[in-house]
Write a new protein. Structure first.
Length: 160
């Protein structure tokens, strides 16, 4: 039943290559479960917790459906590449649907990120690595960023 609902939602909402979607992939806390208890989604049990909680399972299904479209390009921000269940989906999307991804991570973390991408055999999908922090892209004083145009070259804001 959940798969049918996800499929219908995706069919109705994920309609354009120009669509913008945001998915939060890393550990979470403060989730109120369907039975009213608090849930922390952390550690080695993430995949099981996601499968057992209808809302999280819904998000996970939508994430997979989004990546399993031909020729998708995504920007990954702040993901450690340490979650095997997420890496498995990314790898499947690379191998079967031609997914390309860019990473945005502060320069001090770039070598670690690239090593993990290689370790999980995701290199074929890596399009570009941006060694910047969000603060560098969006300065506190709201001045123009010297780095943002580089990202907008890859992800133009005038897609139509």
């Amino acid at each position: 039943e959940m798969e049918e609902k996800i499929s219908k939602y995706v069919q109705d909402r994920f309609t354009s290559d120009g669509d913008f979607f945001y998915f939060k992939l890393h550990g979470s806390y403060g989730w109120l479960t369907s039975d009213g208890t608090d849930l922390m989604v952390l550690g080695d049990f993430k995949e099981k917790q996601i499968e057992e909680e209808p809302l999280l399972n819904w998000y996970y299904g939508c994430f997979k459906e989004l990546l399993f479209r031909d020729g998708i390009k995504i920007l990954i921000i702040g993901y450690s590449f340490n979650d095997s269940h997420i890496n498995k989906i990314i790898k499947e999307a690379i191998d079967n649907f031609g997914l390309k991804f860019c990473i945005l991570t502060p320069g001090i973390h770039i070598d670690t990120q690239l090593a993990l991408i290689s370790a999980f055999e995701l290199n074929d999908g890596l399009f570009k690595a941006f060694p910047y922090s969000l603060a560098q892209l969006f300065p506190e004083d709201q001045s123009p960023s010297a780095y943002l145009p580089e990202i907008l070259e890859v992800f133009p804001n005038n897609r139509g």
